[in-house]
Design a protein around this ligand. Structure first.
Ligand code: SAM
Length: 248
């Protein structure tokens, strides 16, 4: 596991502070904004993510940066009441939304845990699958987060990562240009719906600065994953990475 926060580089501490500020500000309206910004498509992407875990009844799954619980709810259905899911997030406001939702829908097999994905306290080999949806780009140290995902998986377990990526289909620059223009509207939408554009400028910045899908595949291999595969979706605007823990 990583060292304590006292040895954390200043840039990491700043990213953590900014991310906390943003998710505190958006937690209440997070789900509404997600539906508006993605035109509802995030729901299909999360279904694809959970399909790729190939979880069976009775198994255990961890959803990191799980926020308001969309993925945890799907994982809970996949493993059934004989299995278990942990919904983990660093941010208390986001986790409170997720916890309320799990209670409301009676997902008794989901535990909610406030934790930093890059410093997990779960024992080695505790899970059959670990997922992270639209969370990796927020981690101050992405490889540390991926290493922790690898560590807490059993041998043969899978990690699945859903994240924005870099468009690379069709005529050069056409899709990238359209995508730039589309997400340029998100801060305006944020001002209208949440009353604040700043969190949505952070969102756009975090997408711009996130590495491309080949780099993320390399990071997964550096973290110890084998059989790393990458599935581009919407021409590479989004990608789903899958990797397997092969060795103890
Ligand atoms: N997975 C959810 C979804 O797809 O709807 C939420 C995604 S939201 C864009 C990103 C989440 O990552 C936030 O809830 C935030 O609190 C969480 N997060 C950011 N940094 C984190 C970290 N280091 N460890 C755990 N969660 C983190």
């Amino acid at each position: 596991m990583s060292d304590g926060a006292s040895s954390e580089p200043a840039a990491g501490a700043e990213q953590r502070r900014r991310s906390a500020e943003v998710f505190d500000a958006v937690a209440e309206r997070y789900d509404v904004m997600n539906d508006l910004m993605s035109l509802g498509t995030h729901r299909l992407l999360k279904r694809a993510l959970v399909e790729l875990t190939r979880l069976r009844r009775g198994q255990r799954a961890l959803d990191l940066a799980g926020g308001s619980g969309d993925v945890a709810a799907l994982l809970a259905l996949a493993v059934g009441c004989s299995g278990g899911v942990v919904l983990a997030d660093i941010n208390a406001s986001m986790l409170a939304v997720g916890r309320d939702r799990m209670l409301d829908q009676g997902s008794a097999n989901v535990d909610c845990v406030q934790t930093d994905a890059t410093r997990l306290a779960f024992p080695e080999g505790a899970f059959d699958a670990v997922t992270v949806a639209f969370g990796l780009r927020n981690f101050a140290d992405k490889v540390a987060g991926l290493r922790e995902m690898h560590r807490v998986l059993r041998v043969g377990g899978v990690a699945v990562v859903l994240e924005f990526a870099k468009p690379r289909a069709g005529p050069p620059k056409l899709l990238a240009g359209l995508w730039d223009a589309y997400r340029g509207a998100w801060p305006i939408l944020g001002r209208l719906v949440v009353g604040d554009a700043a969190p949505y400028r952070y969102l756009v910045d975090s997408i711009n600065s996130h590495p491309d899908q080949d780099t993320v595949s390399g990071m997964m291999e550096d973290a110890g994953f084998a059989q790393v595969e990458c599935h581009d979706i919407f021409g590479g605007i989004v990608a789903i990475h899958r990797g397997v823990r092969e060795k103890s």
